[in-house]
Design a protein around this ligand. Structure first.
Ligand code: HEC
Ligand code: HEC
Length: 354
């Protein structure tokens, strides 16, 4: 029902703009087979809250998680925090770095992922090897080329800190801090980081208009089938796909997690939310700009779509289309800019408390 309202709004908005707006009418997009431009994007609102039953969010727990997230105390030589590689202003990615440097200056092999709307995630990391955030949060701490610490040592430090003793007591009622409490606090903080107040969200709620250029960009991406995978209000299907980045890929992706050959080179679909502030792109950060990403998709989309068409219902089938024009590229960028949620990027609740 909500999505119908959204589409109605979209139609009304485009009609209004084309009939009386000062800007030129949107270019006519050539018809494609099977009406792929009706691909539904239900972007009206985020799904219902999904909080783990064994870790209800409390004010004290979230506050504690936020302190831990930004505290160097979690790394071996106390020089790095989670926030070092996950910068709020960049959608919690690593400041434009393709790969991240750990505490000993060693580079990892993957691009630091954005952190928001993970409440609705089904698997975490590019290869989905962490099944829950609770299990994930100690992995970067122990990873020898990231924070390179032993959890026991971190717990010793926390147990020797009056501030943390007090905060853990308030959050979990405990006198001795254990790994379980550390994980729960970090999980709680990460779960609160949600993004749903971009211009596009406001447009979908009827609180803002998109320009004709932004609407044209939206149409271009719909027709290309981008929202088949970057789908729903989360703008990700939270599944993994092989986007054919390499002929002979170095990283086996999801296959390393599942052991299944059909999962080779599959990576988790990132959200398109905040995409203009999270460059560089892809699991290894190989593309510096959004133009690079779109140019890449021009080459592989016909095959990706073939793959999807095999399983798709009629209305979801995508037809191959001509190469993107410079005008369309500008339109796409204008649209993608509407996905930036400045409120989330600047929300003091998610910022460094120290
Ligand atoms: C040295 C840089 C670095 C540090 C420090 C770091 N991360 Fe990350 N983070 C990454 C990288 C790189 C990935 C992707 C890793 C992969 O897929 O194998 C990632 C992925 C993640 C994800 C997965 C997001 C998703 O959508 O699946 C979460 C959550 C996360 N990190 C949280 C944390 C937390 C919590 C801490 C602190 C305890 C932390 N990170 C410290 C670099 C870092
Ligand atoms: C078959 C599913 C699928 C389709 C269709 C698809 N994507 Fe993706 N997209 C993915 C996956 C999976 C990744 C991660 C790939 C990787 O890193 O190896 C990705 C990565 C991206 C990234 C980089 C995100 C980041 O944080 O690094 C952008 C931007 C993007 N896609 C935009 C698009 C656009 C624009 C289209 C349409 C032209 C599109 N995608 C079509 C699945 C898809």
């Amino acid at each position: 029902m909500r999505s119908r309202i959204f589409w109605l709004l979209l139609v009304v908005a485009s009609v209004t703009f084309t009939s009386c707006g000062p800007e030129p009418p949107p270019e006519v997009i050539p018809p494609v087979n099977n009406g792929s431009d009706t691909t539904l994007v239900d972007v009206t609102e985020l799904p219902p809250l999904r909080i783990p039953t064994d870790n209800p969010l409390s004010v004290a727990g979230v506050d504690l998680g936020r302190h831990l997230f930004y505290d160097d105390i979690l790394s071996g030589n106390q020089s790095q925090s989670c926030g070092t590689c996950h910068n709020q202003k960049h959608g919690f990615t690593d400041n434009g770095n393709a790969l991240s440097e750990g505490i000993k200056g060693q580079l990892g092999t993957r691009n630091a992922m954005p952190i928001f709307n993970l409440m609705w995630g089904n698997g975490f990391f590019w290869d989905s090897r962490a099944s829950t955030l609770f299990h994930l949060v100690t992995m970067p701490i122990e990873n020898p080329i990231e924070m390179d610490a032993r959890v026991e040592d971190v717990l010793d430090r926390l147990n020797n800190s009056a501030m943390y003793k007090d905060k853990f007591k308030k959050a979990f009622g405990v006198d001795t801090i254990k790994e379980e409490h550390l994980s729960k606090a970090l999980e709680q903080f990460i779960l609160t980081i949600t993004s749903d107040n971009s211009k596009f969200d406001k447009f979908n709620r009827g609180e803002a208009n998109l320009t004709t250029q932004e609407l044209r960009g939206f149409d271009v991406l719909k027709i290309k089938g981008c929202f088949n995978c970057h789908s729903s209000s989360l703008l990700t299907d939270n599944k993994s796909h092989n986007t054919a980045l390499d002929k002979t890929p170095k990283d086996s992706g999801l296959m390393a997690t599942t052991g299944r050959y059909e999962d080779r080179h599959k990576f988790k679909t990132p959200s398109l939310r905040n995409i203009m502030v999270t460059a560089p792109y892809m699991h290894d950060g190989r593309f510096k700009t959004i133009e690079d990403v779109i140019e890449f998709y021009e080459l592989v989309l016909p095959n990706l779509n073939l793959e999807m068409n095999r399983n798709a219902s009629d209305s979801m089938r995508i037809a191959p289309r001509n190469r993107i024009t410079p005008g369309e590229m500008a339109d796409v960028k204008a649209f993608l800019n509407t996905l930036t949620d400045h409120e989330m990027l600047n929300n003091p609740k998610f910022s460094d408390p120290f």
